[in-house]
Design a protein around this ligand. Sequence first.
Ligand SMILES: *Cc1c(COP(=O)(O)O)cnc(C)c1O
Length: 425
Amino acid sequence: MTFQNTREYAQSLDAQDELKSYREEFIFPQHNGKNVIYFTGNSLGLQPKRTKSYVDEVMNDWANLAVEGHFYAEKPWWDYQERFANPLSKIVGAKPSEVAVMNTLTVNLHLLMVSFYRPTATRFKIICEEKAFPSDQYMFQSQVNHHGLDPSDAIVEIKRREGEHNIRLEDILAKIEEVGDELALVLFGGVNYYTGQVFDMKTITEAGHKVGAYVGFDLAHAAGNIKLELHDWNVDFAAWCSYKYMNSGPGNASGCFVHEKHHHTNLPRFAGWWGHNKERRFKMEPNFDPVHGADGWQISNLPILSLAPYLASVDMFAEIGMEKLIQKRNQITSYLEFILHEIDKEVESTFEIITPSNPEERACQLSVFLHGEGRNLFDYLMKNGVITDWREPNVIRLAPVPLYTSFEDMYDFGQMLKKGIQSLH
Ligand SMILES: *Cc1c(COP(=O)(O)O)cnc(C)c1O
């Protein structure tokens, strides 16, 4: 496709955009009376207008029914989470019994590691990506310490090659093979939060299983962003947050996946009453009899007020389907890439896109290394209604979320970027 860096052209792409009506379904912060250009849906998605009615419904049921709401609310609370199974399983490529919503992301990964990281004297290593999200790094270290092991022995990070921004699949596979019999667990991001690199989860899972390890993924930047086939890829477990691409609100609940093949095993886990056999949950029996499914990893009764916005979001994704989202995502990300290259030519700037240029290896994010302008350019953009984020040492991340950003936003952003760079020289 040959793009053009003009407003008319951007508007013509918007006119053909099948998802354009969804932009109206979101609330944008305002800058000088206009919507901001929002590039941080990979950090906190915008609020959908429909979300408030989902929350109000719970507030009203609580007011009118109090404890009776558990059974008689519009959407009864005791099994509220079951409304997620169908739509959410489609979003992540799972069977309905393989997904559950509960807790928050790092907490869920810890809980899943209780089941899937069972180090022995000879098989105790974890493979992860270099510069994983800090919460994941702290999690690995504390899990390893918890088992009385030394993180410098037990944690094996896959490094980028000198001078390269992204991790090569061949290096991941070679390391898995090398660690071999000592490898207990591969736990990788699905999409790297910093560079936006998408990892080949199917191939990584196969390689991990071949040497006898479990394989799980942190899908914080993948859920609602990329095509996932967790069941078919034979992934053992995964978890994601819902407040990034899934627009469920700050700090909101996580989703998790446990493959069907583990539902009838005796994997150890930390238990609570909400993971107990559903039919007998209120019989208050002393012996734990887990639900045979991802729900069997639930512990506490669920925070309905935080599930309500998540349900609003999942319903919206179900309406649209991942195919359409991905189609627009690819087009708008490519358009943004084109705009960046055009501006680069016009201003002789020195920024560099560190996200892979291969569309198979990226999704809805371009990370841009600002060699010359740095922090001042970031500040200029923020002051002018372009919301991006800053990551040390010199990177801004741009996520043109297909649900609510427009092609015209990309054009406007390019003009703002040009002005910013010119004003700083
Ligand atoms: C955003 C993010 C988290 C956040 O974890 P919480 O437990 O929800 O605070 C964890 N891991 C990755 C890779 C992330 O991108």
